[in-house]
Structures are given as C-alpha cells and as structure tokens.
Design a protein around this ligand. Structure first.
Ligand SMILES: [Zn+2]
Length: 404
C-alpha cells in the first residue's frame, strides 16, 4: 500500500511529520479525503506552500482542499521527469544533451522574461512534438517549478522534497516490507518518536545553553534559528542607506550608492562628449545590470544587494529573505532605523518564529512509549473474509488506542 506523509517545517527549520497514512490507491479522490481529514483536525489557515513531486492527483486535491495555498514541485522530480522524457526521444545523443541543457537552464530562470527567452531556445533545440509536450505539461504550470516564482514564495529556500525522501528512506530501513500490520505501525511510531526526541534534545540544548547575545530580549522570545538570523540581519542593516518616497522607503546598500556616485562623476567627465542626460541614463543602466548580475550570482540566498529595494509600511519588503522565509530582513530593519521608529521589533516578527509557537516539549523526552500488544496469530485453515475483517478491526482498534 502507498505511504502518504505530511511533513512541516518548525521554527528552527527542523522537519516534523504531522500526519501519516497508508492509502489503498493514489487517486485524486483518496488524496482529497485525506487532506480534508487533515484540514478538519488541524488549523491550516497559515499554510502557504506545499512541496510535492509531480503527481497530478495530489496537486489537484491540494488545490481543491487548500485554495489559499500554493503547490510547488520538487526540483529533483522535475529534472527526473524531463530526463525520462528526453531519454525516450528518437534523436541523436547530441540533440538530447542540448535539450537537457536548455531544460536545466529553464529551471534556473530568475526572471519571467528570461524564462520566455530560454523557452524560445528550447523551441529551436527540440523537436516540435517535444516542444508541444513541454507546453502542455510544463509551461502551463511554470509557477510551480521555475526559480523566478520559487524566490517569491514562502518555502524557506527549499526546492526539493528531500525532507520527506529522507524520512521515507529511514522507514524503508527499519520497517519490514512484508511484516505484520501491527508491528509495522509500532515501528513507524517508534521512528517518529525517536526523530522527535532528537529534535527536542537539540532545542533543549540550544535553549538552556544560550550563548551571550547582543539582543537578549529577542533571544528569550524567538527560536534559536530566528534569533541567529535576526542578529545577523540587524548587523547587515547598518550597511544600508534609505530615502523616503511616497510608496514607502527605498533602501540601498551604501557601497552601491558610492559606486553610483563614481559612475555619475565619470559621466560628468565625459559630459562634453556625450551629454549629461545620456550618460546618467547609461550609468543607471550599468548599475542595474551590475545589481542583477550580483543577485544572480548570490545563489539560493540571493537578494538585491545592489540596487534599491522598496520597503512598504516598514513591514513588507520585496527581497527574497522576507518573501521566502517571512523573516525581518536588513532592508526593513534599515528603514525602521532610518525613520527612528520605537515600535518593538517583536511586533513585526511573524508568529512562526516565536518560541511560544514552537513549545519545547521536554515531557516527550521522558514520556513512555506507546503501548501496543503484539499478538502472533496462527491458524491452521485460511480465514474467511468476515473473520479477517474482525481480526483486522481488533488490531486497528489497538493501534488507534495507542496513537490516541
Ligand atoms: Zn528585504
């Protein structure tokens, strides 16, 4: 039977299994039933993004039950699906390599116009049938797998389903494929409890063995991960300068501003040849280009370090740190400092980073393991269908009691 796992990321970016099920089939109806059950028994109003492999039944069910959230595709599964399709093409190896290269380039496009350009490259590099396959299956859902969309959504810079794959790997190692059902559940619960205890122990250590902080009041309230990020962002915010505009506050790194001033000076020197207005325009274009290149090179943690970033209401920023992690970024902190706001930082921090939302469950370290009595059942004759049903009911009741 297929295993279905729902995992979330806690306030320290640790993986937490929050639901687990054995399902009889991987149909849309089955997924809808499971997700509806999960939604009814949990507060899912804050869920913004799901990460799945490319299972259309699962994606449709998630869209149906959680219309306020967005479904992203695992980067590894996307590449794997392309690889299998490209391998099946009836063409020369060099042509397959070229299509593979362009597809890989498509995944990394950080701007939508760049994506459209590379798409044209794919049209030229691939056969008409492959391009039509691409349009039908992938282009229609580009927001689910291309980088330009990923970098604007809350996903904690995760772009694969590795967290769940790692958990499933542990399951395969520890749970016998053909063992009794009750023993299988017992082992699964044991693995979940062990992983949970490991994280609890880490949280226990980091909470009670605090290193001295420049922001002790923050350290008491937010998670260790959020605290480390915020302290670093506060330091970085000192490198930024701000100017107030009607829409909010434009924030720019000081070195970038100095660079622009040098550019403007160079423009003045060449003024007699090219004219001041033209040169200033060219300077701005070069500055923007340099900013874009720097941003593209910064990797997964990229943000606009050169060029201006708009901070609205000293609460919302357009950079990827804020958009992908919901963490206060250097730009918001710089704008806040520029306006000399006295509003406490804590009022601006998203609740997912508060310790109160990530309770330290020390009791789970000492709580007894769930009790399931394992009974070896031996029969001389095969059981009838009703008798099998009765036996299965007894075992599942025991499992339900242990889980509950
Ligand atoms: Zn920002």
């Amino acid at each position: 039977m297929p295993v279905m796992t729902i995992m979330c990321v806690d306030g320290n970016l640790e993986s937490r299994v929050v639901a687990f099920a054995l399902i009889s089939e991987e149909s849309r109806q089955m997924y809808e039933t499971m997700f509806r059950l999960f939604d009814e028994t949990n507060d899912c109003s804050g869920v913004q993004t799901f990460m799945v492999d490319k299972c259309m039944a699962e994606i449709s069910a998630l869209d149906q039950i959680f219309p306020h959230a967005f479904v992203e595709l695992c980067h590894f599964h996307v590449l794997d699906a392309f690889k299998r399709k490209i391998n099946s093409l009836d063409c020369r190896a060099e042509e397959k390599d070229e299509v593979r290269r362009v597809v890989s380039k498509l995944c990394e496009c950080r701007r939508e116009n760049e994506y459209e350009e590379v798409k044209e490259e794919l049209r030229e590099a691939s056969s008409e049938s492959f391009f039509q396959y691409f349009l039908r299956n992938w282009d229609v859902m580009k927001e689910r797998w291309v980088m330009f969309a990923r970098q604007s959504r809350v996903n904690f810079v995760d772009r694969t389903s590795n967290r769940i794959e790692s958990f499933h790997q542990k399951l395969k190692q520890e749970v016998a494929r053909m063992g009794p059902l009750d023993l299988m559940f017992y082992n699964i619960l044991l693995i979940l409890r062990t992983l949970d205890n490991k994280i609890t122990h880490q949280n226990f250590s980091s909470t009670f063995r605090k290193v001295p902080s420049s922001r002790p009041h923050l350290q008491k309230v937010v998670t260790p991960y959020a605290h480390a990020c915020l302290v670093a962002e506060v330091q970085r915010s000192q490198r930024f300068v701000c100017r107030v505009v009607p829409e909010g506050v434009l924030v720019r790194e000081r070195e970038a501003q100095a660079g622009e001033e040098r550019e403007a000076q160079a423009g003045e020197e060449r003024e007699t040849q090219a004219g001041e207005e033209h040169e200033a325009q060219a300077g701005e274009e070069r500055e923007t280009q340099a900013g874009e290149e720097h941003e593209a090179q910064a990797g997964e943690e990229h943000e606009a370090q050169a060029g201006e970033v708009l901070v609205i209401n000293v609460k919302v920023c357009s950079c990827s740190i804020f958009r992908t992690k919901l963490l206060l970024c250097r730009h918001i902190l710089a704008a806040r400092s520029h306006l000399n706001l006295k509003l406490p930082l804590l009022d601006l921090i998203h609740k997912r980073w508060l310790q109160s939302e990530n309770p330290l469950t020390i009791t789970s370290l000492v709580a007894p393991a769930p009790s399931i009595s394992v009974v070896q059942i031996c029969y001389r004759n095969p059981l009838s269908r009703p008798a099998k049903h009765v036996q299965a009911k007894i075992i599942t009741d025991q499992i339900a009691d242990a889980v509950g």
